[in-house]
Design a protein around this ligand. Structure first.
Ligand code: PEP
Ligand code: MN
Length: 340
């Protein structure tokens, strides 16, 4: 970190700061200017640097403290410059192949999930999505079938040779999730649920970490750091739109998060255009754009009868829509050196 001393800092005050950072184990590299002094502190990679920074910033003779190392190590690009491919029981996420995750927002019935899954599989999806535990802004909404939903997903995915991605909201259900699912989804509302992040960090099932709708990319990568630090190396990031002043779309889908994450992190990143736009008419276009900007996969809501969907019908593609979309994605993937 770099410590900018206040213009009026005395030699004693400068020495005091140097003493503090030496005690923390940093190397001290001061530049004594005529106007003010700047001190470079180097070393101590594993400490709680935010706490050091805050304690220095609390001194009246320190003007500013600038962090030069990112606050996440295991999620950083430098940690794995070649990029990570998450192996979901033989289905790669990251690397050349674009992962297609599709299915209904919510598991409603066996038949509805089967119809959606079968069409998605036929079109080329390898990972079945579907909610068994549904987060909801309203306590009066449908909250999913729970373990019955997990069983339906597992049975159908096994019949079709697919993997399962599903949301887990409660740390007490992580073990259950590992039993039935191949990827544990952490929803946008839980991105900073640190107990849940720690719990999935202890699991050995891959995690799909959605970006909090309010979260900066740095906060998102810090959330991923919790999981990686727990010993689970298989984290997939998912951009699903953030809150802005815009209300035409349900969220503002931040596609620039893809190249940003590629610069900052080695983790794969996928796009959820369904929550991202909230509008069926926009889903295909955003999928195409996502592939073009280098996303490693897509998470798409597909319902056999969107008008009858219990949740998120307006943003769900029909089964023929999805088939059509995948065929339109192929030339785009090819143009950017990927396969679907
Ligand atoms: C979903 O995938 O259906 C969902 C609830 O996602 P999010 O957490 O992004 O809102
Ligand atoms: Mn949904």
């Amino acid at each position: 970190m770099i410590i900018v001393m206040a213009a009026k800092a005395t030699p004693e005050q400068i020495a005091d700061v140097e003493r503090r950072i030496t005690e923390w184990g940093y190397g001290v590299h001061p530049i004594y200017g005529t106007e003010r002094t700047v001190i470079g502190a180097v070393g101590v990679p594993e400490a709680d640097k935010a706490a050091y920074r805050e304690s220095l910033e609390a001194l009246p003779y320190v003007e500013q403290v600038i962090a030069i190392i990112r606050p996440y190590k295991f999620a950083s690009r430098e940690f794995h410059p070649e990029g990570t491919v998450v192996d979901v029981k033989g289905v790669p996420v990251g690397g050349k192949q674009i992962a297609l995750m599709a299915g209904p927002c919510t598991v409603e019935t066996y038949e509805q999930t089967w119809e959606s899954a079968q069409a998605c599989r036929e079109a080329g999806a390898t990972i079945l999505r579907g909610g068994a535990f549904k987060p909801s802004t309203s306590p009066y909404s449908f909250h999913g079938h729970g373990v019955e939903g997990l069983k339906i997903l597992r049975e159908i995915a096994d019949k079709l040779g697919m993997r399962v991605v599903t949301e887990i909201m409660d740390p007490r259900n992580v073990e259950l999730g590992c039993r039935y699912a191949d990827i544990l989804q952490i929803g946008t509302r839980n991105m900073q649920n640190y107990d849940l992040l720690r719990e999935v960090g202890l699991a050995r099932t891959p995690v799909l970490l959605k970006r909090g709708m309010w979260a900066k990319i740095e906060e998102w990568l810090q959330a991923a750091e919790y999981i990686l630090l727990g010993g689970n190396p298989d984290v997939i990031l998912c951009e699903r739109g953030i809150r802005t002043f815009e209300t035409y779309t349900r969220n503002t889908l931040d596609l620039s998060a893809v190249p940003a994450v590629k610069e900052l992190s080695h983790l794969p990143i996928i796009i959820d255009p369904s929550q991202g736009t909230g509008k069926r008419s926009m889903v295909a276009a955003m999928c195409k754009a996502a592939v073009a900007v280098g996303a490693d996969g897509l998470l798409v809501e597909v319902h056999p009868h969107p008008d009858q969907a219990v949740k998120d019908g307006p943003q769900s593609l029909t089964c023929p829509d999805f088939t059509q979309l995948v065929s339109e994605l192929k030339p785009i993937a090819e143009a950017v050196g990927r396969t679907i």
